[in-house]
Design a protein around this ligand. Structure first.
Ligand SMILES: Nc1ncnc2c1ncn2[C@@H]1O[C@H](COP(=O)(O)OP(=O)(O)OP(=O)(O)O)[C@@H](O)[C@H]1O
Ligand SMILES: [Mg+2]
Length: 344
């Protein structure tokens, strides 16, 4: 883990807030108050005045429907803050008055714990720290997402036994084997719910000359499950050339073929993580299998695909999209007693 310094969990217990700023959603847990923010990581700004028009759900609803002077921004990409100023404005607005009250009760946000991709580079780390210090944190503790998600799934990450977790986010999946509170072997694959979404949209565009509205993609995800084999699904969209609305009948087999490549990459990456693990830990994992966390764990049929691709048991976490923030929350609330969780 390179320059990681192992510090006691006390460091995290002194935090008053646990934050998971994801590419798709931002979650904020305030100590003793609970999860008070779970909103899309989206900001809408007026490009003339620079004024904030909306954040979260209401900003997301504007996406694709805005007049020229309103810009919809996503300040987090691939799990990292890419626009610090916008991320700060988003956090300030999301942490609205009710949250701020809880926040003040805790004596301001002196210390904040934040999740960070396990392979985040120094730039990404300092962007996360700067974002939180910009909204009032005096001290920021970074915890890698797979460890936080593992704790959030109730996995015995602090034990001297292997657990495998996949954090299936919006555009990336982090695959990690944890033991004794630290990552033993890990990798990141550029595949998530949004990747599948784009592959489906691209397929419709290339093969049917149809631009699909985003709400029409979800039903096609069902093609992943293998359900309705041989049946066609009717979808409507806008013709690329004429701009008019029309419907086409889609064969689920074609959709499955379109999303094949990113899924194969996932099974290959799991094998490479196992390859880099000590044999004793691999033996633990053969029976125990892996747990899927992150919102994309809910992609229909993903678990089945991974079972078939790896031959290992696959379990989906309860409320997988909250695993990371819940795990970090358990750490700041002092509900976890690991020997040592790596705090960077
Ligand atoms: N019920 C569902 N079925 C299928 N996909 C889902 C479902 N719920 C959420 N997703 C997908 O999960 C992804 C978001 O997951 P999550 O909330 O874990 O992302 P994030 O933490 O914001 O992103 P990241 O960790 O990658 O920065 C989106 O791509 C979304 O489409
Ligand atoms: Mg996430």
């Amino acid at each position: 883990m390179g320059n990681t310094v192992s510090k006691p969990l006390d460091q995290l217990r002194r935090c008053s807030v646990a934050v998971d700023v994801g590419s798709a959603r931002t979650r904020v847990h305030i100590k003793d108050a609970g999860l008070l923010v779970d909103e899309p990581s989206v900001v809408a700004v007026n490009t003339f005045s620079g004024a904030l028009m909306a954040v979260g759900t209401s900003a997301e609803r504007m996406d694709g429907r805005t007049p020229g002077h309103i810009r919809v921004v996503r300040p987090v990409s691939n799990g990292t803050v890419v626009d610090i100023e916008m991320a700060q404005r988003m956090l300030r607005a999301l942490v609205g008055s009710s949250v701020r009250r809880a926040w003040r009760r805790r004596g301001a946000m002196q210390r904040a714990a934040v999740t960070i991709p396990h392979n985040a580079d120094p730039l990404a780390r300092s962007a996360a720290i700067e974002t939180l210090t910009g909204v009032g944190a005096k001290q920021v503790e970074l915890v890698d997402t797979p460890t936080a998600a593992g704790v959030g799934c109730g996995l015995p990450v602090e034990q001297p036994e292997a657990t495998m977790i996949l954090v299936c986010g919006a555009t990336t999946t982090q695959i990690a084997v944890l033991s004794l509170g630290a990552i033993v072997s890990a990798t990141t694959v550029p595949m998530g719910g949004d990747t599948i979404h784009h592959a489906v949209v691209q397929h419709l565009r290339n093969h049917h000359e149809l631009i699909l509205p985003s709400q029409a993609v979800r039903p096609l995800h069902l093609a992943l499950t293998g359900a309705g084999e041989g049946q066609t699904t009717e979808v409507w969209g806008r013709d690329v050339a004429t701009g008019t609305a029309r419907t086409v009948c889609i064969n689920p087999d074609d959709v499955r073929a379109a999303i094949q490549a990113p899924l194969i990459g996932l099974s290959d990456a799991i094998r490479s993580v196992l390859h880099n693990c000590p044999p004793d830990l691999v033996a633990d994992l053969a029976d125990r299998g892996m747990v899927l966390a992150g919102g994309s764990a809910l992609l229909p049929g993903l678990d089945e695909r991974l079972r078939a691709g790896t031959g290992m048991p696959v379990h989906i976490a309860d409320q997988p999209s909250l695993s990371a923030v819940n795990g970090l929350a358990a750490m700041v609330e002092g509900q976890v007693m690991p020997l040592n969780v790596d705090v960077h």
